[in-house]
Structures are given as C-alpha cells and as structure tokens.
Design a protein around this ligand. Structure first.
Ligand code: ZN
Ligand code: ZN
Length: 476
C-alpha cells in the first residue's frame, strides 16, 4: 500500500501491465490509480509528477517515466495521453475546443455501470456515448481545491456508486467488443483527420482571421469535415451538431501567379499582407473589391429602407460593444448604429475604404501602417503612385495627404485576378452571413447571437499553380 510519506522511496505501486483500457480517459486512469493505492489525488499528481500536464501535454520522457513506474505498456499510455481518436488532429479544420469542461465531469450512465469512462465522453463534438448511443450527462465537480483533484474525486464517487467491482473491472473485452459505433466512429475520425491533414499540407492562407467575427461554430467544423470524409449515417446521431451540407468550390490559378507570389514571398511579403494591402488601396474600378462591396451595400441599404430597427450597437466605457433594445421611431431622425448600419460598416472596413470607415484616431494609426507597407510594395514593383500624389525626395508618399487613393495596384500583376476572386468570395460569404443574421433579427432573435462562418476562402499550392477554395453551406 502506498502512503503519502512513502512516496519518494517506496518502489512498488498497485498497478499492473495492460490495466489501462482502450479509449480510457486520463481522468479514469487517475481515479483508478488513486483508488487502487488508497491515496488522494494530490499525492497521485505528485507521485506521477504530472501537475503541469493540463497545460502542456506529457512529453515522451514523461510517458517513459510513468511507464517504468507503473510497469504499464508504453503504447497504452501513449493512447491514454495522446487520444488516438481526436479531431484536434484536423489542424485548421479542427472543431472549436471545449471551453467549459473545467469544473465538471461528463460521463455515460451505461458506461459507469461497467466502471468505465472514456475521453470520448468529454469531447465537445459528441453528445452521445459512442458505445451505448445514450445521452452523456454532465455533473459539477464536487469538493474543494484545485480543479483536477475535484474532477478525480467526482469520477471516483460516480464509479463507486454505480459499479461494485470498480476500481477493478470485468475482463470481458469491454468496451472494444461491445457492438456500438465506437469502431465506426474511430475509423471516420481517422479518415477525417487524414483528409484535413492532406488539405492542410498545401494551405498557404485562409480568410477570416482578421475580421470582427466570433468563434468557429461546431456546426461549420463538423459540416466541413463531413464534406472532406463522408460520415457513415449510423454515427450522425452521436454528434453535437452535424452542420448540414457544405461544399468546397475550387478555382485554379496559373503557375505565373504562383511564381509571382513566390518572388514577393522571398522579399518578405506574404499573401496575407499583399492581399490586405490590395484591399486597403480601395481601388474602385469595375470588378475590384470596393466596387463589388458597394453593390452589396446598395442591396442592404435598399432592404433597410426607413429604419425601424429595434437594436442599437452601443460602445461601453472600456471600448467594448453591446446591443441595447431601442425604438427607432422614438429616436427620430437621428441616425444610430442599428444592425443594418453595423453591417454596412463591417463591409466598408474589410473591403471598402478603411480610411473612411475608421474613427479619426484609428484612421491615423492605420494610415501610418499603410504608408509603411506602401514602401515595400512599391519597392517590390506591385504598386505605383498616382499623378498628383505628394512624394518625398526619395520617391515615397508623404503622410500629409489622403494616402489611400494615391496608390494604384499594378493592373498587369499576375496576382490581380487571384486577389479579385478571393475578395469577391469573401464578400459573398460575408453577405450571405449578414443576410441570415438580419433575417434572424427580423424573426426576433437577439443580434449578439451570431454564428458567421469563418475561414471560408483558402489558398492552396497545387502541382501547376495555385488554387483558391471557397467553402459554402448549401441552404435548402
Ligand atoms: Zn456508454
Ligand atoms: Zn435600422
């Protein structure tokens, strides 16, 4: 028996090889280790030296150490700590991480009767147990003190209440010999990760990082993964959200565009900085982002008509924004930041003329950023200054002028078509999200509930050039 005082010197613990069960959670492992050795969680964490594991995943060295301490198979420990079935392996297509697991434990009521708890019971993308297809239950962590210890105590209590043989378990091959959907799920997750990794390999850029949108939704992430790897219908009910039907549309751009991009990359100009700069120039000729943005804004203005909105976007004391309920008629002719005005401003900031949409202070800061960038762009030969622009003796723009309209992107640039397509797709994605948001507000849904799709336009390297991929959801 391991007692607290014996920990540093006592060489033997109550554990045996292959005691870790397939797909078992770390939580279950810790709870069983505590119970088998009659020690509190604190002593267990100290003994295994795993205090920091909730922040940094265990290294190979940690796993080797625990393996020799417990005489447990290294491969089993790797499975335990590195989760073979994990959609986080999908990289830029991974679903959003769980944000509230901390002070609670989620479990399957049928599995606890087997004394079993899997890490799959706590992933945010599942709402049912893949073995029993039953709803997962969340309970608050009991006790006091640190979160990790409270979670261990909570699971221990649950197991002791529902399974007489726990912390031991019946050698009946559970859970892998159970019919359920575990194997089908594991195989789909592997396929989805492989497909997402394959996509990721050639990915150069994705949209949506810099805009004022919220978090990636579970529905979008799972919907896109289903498009990359078809999901067997039998596991669909397990998921928190299935996300509807998503499609990826791909357009190819020649190797000339790729060579130009590589030339500019070698000068330290990434696609993201080039593309952002191009959009900031606010070029207004037909087909340009600002031109396309304006047609979309026109449509939104027509839909708005006379303002009868009931929500105002208000700036709080710490520059945060929130929505308050108002009656437009009572505000009279004063214009206020209603949802339509907010939508128009968002479009203007991203694809119209930033200088016009920003407040004076922000506009000035943005102007210096733009000026700085314009030098590198001009030196790289992708930009010229318009006639009438006021220039310093060394040939760069002076700050004392409206700098944005002074710049002209090279109209013969092999990247122009790529930029215009990417911007048009971004605007189309934003427009469809805004339309759905405004429709929802019309139907009485509060404006702060907004799940705009993210990262919908992505740039990839392919064998003979570049391709631009646009993700969209198919609406019935
Ligand atoms: Zn279960
Ligand atoms: Zn309005």
């Amino acid at each position: 028996m391991l007692r607290e005082v014996d920990v540093p010197t006592y060489p033997s613990v109550n554990w045996w090889p292959n005691n870790v069960r397939p797909y078992e959670s770390e939580l279950s492992f810790l709870a069983r280790f505590c119970a088998l050795n009659c020690i509190p969680p604190r002593t267990c964490f100290d003994f295994l030296k795993m205090e920091s594991w909730s922040y940094f995943p265990p290294s190979e060295g940690d796993i080797a150490r625990v393996s020799s301490l417990l005489r447990e198979d290294r491969a089993r420990l790797l499975q335990l700590f590195q989760h073979a079935v994990d959609l986080q392996e999908c990289g830029s297509y991974a679903p959003p991480r769980e944000r509230e697991k901390g002070w609670s434990v989620r479990y399957c009521p049928a599995c606890v009767r087997h004394g079993y708890h899997s890490y799959l019971h706590e992933v945010s993308w599942l709402s049912k147990c893949p073995i029993h297809m039953t709803d997962l239950i969340r309970v608050s962590a009991i006790g006091s003190g640190k979160m990790a210890a409270r979670r261990v105590l909570t699971l221990k209590r649950l197991m002791q209440e529902h399974c007489a043989s726990w912390p031991d378990y019946a050698r009946d091959g559970f859970p892998t010999r159970e019919p359920g959907a575990l194997q089908v799920l594991a195989s789909w997750v592997r396929d989805a990760c492989e497909a997402a990794q394959k996509m990721k390999r050639g990915e150069r850029w994705r949209s949506g990082e810099s805009t004022h949108l919220g978090h990636l939704s579970m529905a979008q992430a799972i919907g896109q993964l289903r498009a990359l790897a078809p999901m067997p219908t039998e596991i669909e009910p397990l998921f928190t959200e299935c996300g509807g039907t998503w499609v990826a549309h791909r357009e190819h751009f020649s190797s000339v565009a790729k060579r130009e991009l590589e030339r500019l990359n070698a000068r330290g100009l990434s696609f993201d900085s080039l593309f952002r700069f191009y959009k900031d120039t606010g070029e207004t000729s037909d087909g340009s982002p600002a031109w396309y943005c304006k047609t979309v804004q026109q449509g939104i203005k027509e839909r708005h008509g006379t303002c009868r909105c009931q929500w105002e976007h208000v700036k709080g004391p710490f520059s945060e924004f929130y929505w308050v309920k108002v009656v437009a008629e009572e505000l009279g002719p004063l214009s206020f930041q209603c949802p339509f005005e907010v939508a128009l401003t968002e479009l203007e900031l991203d694809w119209g003329r930033r200088g016009r949409a920003l407040s004076a202070r922000l506009a000035q800061r943005d102007m210096y950023r733009f000026l700085e960038k314009s030098r590198a762009m001009r030196d790289a030969g992708v930009l010229s200054y318009k006639a009438g622009a006021s220039l310093s003796p060394d040939g760069y723009l002076y700050a004392m002028q409206d700098v944005w309209p002074c710049c002209e992107w090279d109209q013969d640039s092999p990247l122009l078509d790529l930029f215009r397509t990417a911007a048009r797709w971004e605007i189309e994605c934003a427009h469809s999200a805004i339309t759905r948001w405004l429709d929802n507000i019309d139907q009485g849904i509060e404006p702060f509930r907004r799940d705009d799709p993210l990262y919908c336009v992505r740039l990839y390297d392919d064998d003979d050039g570049l391709s631009l991929v646009r993700w969209s959801k198919v609406h019935a």
